[in-house]
Ligand binder design. Structure first.
Ligand SMILES: Cc1cc2nc3c(=O)[nH]c(=O)nc-3n(C[C@H](O)[C@H](O)[C@H](O)COP(=O)(O)OP(=O)(O)OC[C@H]3O[C@@H](n4cnc5c(N)ncnc54)[C@H](O)[C@@H]3O)c2cc1C
Length: 380
């Protein structure tokens, strides 16, 4: 594995970092307080041409790889977990699967606007009654003539109220187990029967909308089936293998942001006549943060690099996601502590990183589920 980044990757990372510091960081707390999805930021990210980083140029993407995409996710996470989460859900969950599994006509119709950032995408797997055991879903798609009719409720769907397309998982054959699940492309504007019923208030990430949606006799033509009937579960596993790398990258960014805030504060704040970084207890915390951030970054880059070799990546992506999400929570919590009373206020970012980091241990498979995946990969 080559640890140095290619020039093109550095260039994209530096451009995105500059944009993040100039445009996102100054409003990062405000959009959380207002629970406001920052559409203007996503328009600007589209102008930077990063809404489809790992999508081929033929369909409006940047033609980059997973490593480049994870660098962008990390930079967004370093300033705003919400922007990073909506971005990662858009790219990994809603956009990339259409490139991987769609027909040429579907790519032209649905992939291009997503990759060009004309609108955001969403991906609907989770339901009120099925989360970790996601294949145990109740949403159905039944044939009626040459149409599919979808019915069900999906829970905690990122971007659903701002999306131009939603990939919905539904049971097409209740007797076939994992092979009885299929994926459908739903247009929230045009398809009657699609409704966002709740936008959740959360402990963090409130600028990234998390929605409950209801599908009530949503009628779709045959060309809305993504891939073949019965391939939905297999697609889900492949989608999550890639998606977990971006959650690991986003977590690394959150950890990096918290680490930087704590390090800077520790050298400026004086108590007992000395900068607090001179006290072993504080210096050790900051050193430990550095170790955790670097470890998370290395595991994330290894997973991205393995993905880019075209190899199976379930083990690497689960390991990176498990480690980086834990690192983000621990580093952010220590950063609050290093800032003392100020760390507990909204004037400083660590409290926001802490609240945002907690989700990284839950979304796209909880830490407990990552342990199950890794155990299975180890043959245990
Ligand atoms: C902010 C946010 C954004 C999200 N975005 C999306 C999205 O865009 N699309 C989407 O489809 N979903 C999304 N989700 C859903 C998310 O993926 C699920 O919440 C997650 O997979 C856990 O499912 P659950 O909430 O039903 O918890 P449950 O599965 O009910 O788990 C509850 C607890 O039991 C544990 N547990 C469950 N099974 C086992 C087991 N076998 N062994 C050990 N422990 C176990 C879990 O680890 C957890 O601690 C989002 C969730 C949130 C909060």
């Amino acid at each position: 594995m080559d640890f140095s980044l290619p020039d093109e990757h550095r260039m994209i990372r530096d451009t995105v970092r500059e944009f993040c510091e100039a445009e996102i960081e100054p409003i990062a707390q405000e959009i959380e307080d207002e629970h406001r999805f920052p559409a203007e930021i996503f328009d600007q990210l589209a102008d930077l041409d990063v809404m489809g980083v790992p999508v081929s140029e033929e369909y409006g993407g940047l033609g980059g790889d997973q490593l480049m995409y994870s660098l962008v996710a990390e930079e967004l996470g370093r300033v705003s977990g919400s922007v990073g989460l909506s971005y990662a859900a858009h790219v990994s969950l809603a956009t990339k699967p259409i490139e991987l599994f769609g027909t040429d006509a579907q790519k032209e119709r649905w992939l291009r606007p997503l990759a060009e950032g004309e609108h955001l995408g969403a991906w609907a797997l989770t339901e009120p009654g099925s989360g970790s055991d996601a294949s145990d879903m109740d949403t159905t798609a039944e044939r009626d003539g040459d149409e599919w009719v979808l019915n069900g409720t999906k829970q905690f769907i990122t971007n659903a109220n701002v999306a131009g397309s939603v990939l919905v998982k539904a049971v097409t054959d209740s007797e076939a187990g994992y092979d009885g699940i299929s994926t459908f492309i739903v247009d929230p504007e045009e398809d009657d029967g699609f409704e966002v019923t709740t936008v959740w208030d959360k402990m963090g990430l409130n600028a990234s909308p998390t929605c409950e949606i209801r599908l009530d006799d949503v009628r779709l033509s045959e060309d809305r089936l993504l891939g073949e009937m019965g391939e939905g579960w297999d697609q889900t596993k492949k989608t999550l293998d890639g998606g977990r790398i971006s959650i690991a990258a986003l977590s690394t960014g959150l950890a990096q942001g918290a680490f930087e805030a704590a390090k800077a504060y520790s050298t400026e704040r004086e108590q007992f006549g000395h900068p607090i970084s001179e006290f072993d207890a504080i210096r050790n915390k900051v050193v430990s943060m550095d170790r955790k951030v670097e470890r998370a970054r290395l595991l994330t880059r290894k997973a991205a690099w393995t993905y880019d070799q075209g190899e199976r990546v379930s083990h690497e992506s689960a390991l990176a996601k498990l480690d980086a999400s834990e690192a983000a929570r621990e580093v952010a919590e220590d950063a609050v502590q290093v800032l003392g009373g100020y760390g507990y206020t909204e004037d400083f970012a660590p409290q926001r990183f802490l609240r945002d980091a907690k989700l990284m241990e839950i979304g796209e498979g909880t830490s407990e589920i990552q342990h199950l995946v890794i155990g299975r990969e180890l043959g245990l």
